[in-house]
Design a protein around this ligand. Structure first.
Ligand code: ADP
Ligand code: MG
Length: 248
């Protein structure tokens, strides 16, 4: 549990922008939960900038993990290039703080299709879960995602899934968090483990690393199914615009 946040400390930032910082008694670094405050621009300027009657809207900043995948070329190029370009677009939804390597993975569920390229990125976002899902679906469409073929787990230019959303657990129509198939998918757990091994998965009472160990013990076949794309990724700084591991 978080301790009660202190009253926001207001500062005048660049361009007269009001900034606020809030401390909590017990922050939780593994989820990166943080509060930020924003100036309410609907108010008259005097009240916005004056410290006598400040009004701020508190927003919760959460650490989320997005699974990325694709196995068909998009306008950006091959799946590696699509994931790199899509990762840049994700910056419009939050601040990217980590990204895994790229992985070449065997298709799951529908075998007669090319191997996928998968990765996981960590974002800090102020968006609500629905807002984030809509943003991700908008980016999927930008890269030519076409759901009309309707083959479950079929070929796609870009798939963006919310894997974890801070400590939230959500089960609604069209939105389930943590992602319901996370614990059984090596192509998700392996890249997620690379950047978030110690993060506890809400509802599972296990860390990502523990879930991966359990999956490896159960299947004994992950090494063939999920292969880190080594060629240039780890040696060079970038491949197809995909920066190296844990780029900050
Ligand atoms: P999948 O990712 O399972 O291959 P789709 O990308 O076609 O399948 O997503 C199917 C639906 O899953 C979406 O319309 C979306 O509403 C829903 N969905 C439920 N939970 C999530 C989540 N955590 N992340 C992304 N989509 C989700
Ligand atoms: Mg999806």
């Amino acid at each position: 549990m978080l301790g009660a946040p202190s009253f926001p400390q207001l500062h005048r930032g660049k361009g007269g922008r009001v900034q606020a910082s809030i401390s909590t008694e017990n922050s939780q670094p593994e989820t990166g939960l943080a509060l930020t405050a924003h100036e309410d621009r609907s108010l008259p300027r005097e009240s916005r900038c004056g410290f006598s009657t400040p009004r701020v809207t508190l927003k919760v900043m959460r650490t989320v993990y997005i699974g990325m995948g694709g196995n068909m070329a998009s306008w950006a190029g091959a799946p590696e290039a699509t994931l790199a370009a899509a990762a840049q677009r994700l910056e419009s939804l939050g601040r990217m703080t980590r990204r895994s390597s790229l992985y070449s993975t065997a298709p799951v569920g529908f075998a007669a299709q090319p191997r996928f390229v998968n990765a996981v990125v960590e974002l800090e976002t102020e968006l609500e879960p629905r807002g984030l899902l809509e943003g991700l679906q908008g980016i999927e469409l930008e890269f030519g995602r076409d759901r009309s073929a309707g083959i479950a787990n079929g070929p796609r230019t870009l798939d963006l899934d919310i894997l974890l959303f801070g400590e939230l657990k959500i089960s609604e129509s069209g939105l389930e968090i943590p992602h319901p198939r996370l614990a059984e998918r090596a192509f998700v757990l392996v890249p997620l483990n690379e950047i978030a091994a110690g993060v506890v998965v809400p509802g599972a009472a296990k860390t990502v690393g523990q879930l991966l160990t359990r999956l490896i013990e159960a299947t004994k076949a992950i090494s063939d199914a999920v292969v880190q794309v080594r060629s240039k990724v780890s040696a060079d700084k970038e491949i197809g615009g995909w920066p190296s591991y844990r780029e900050k």
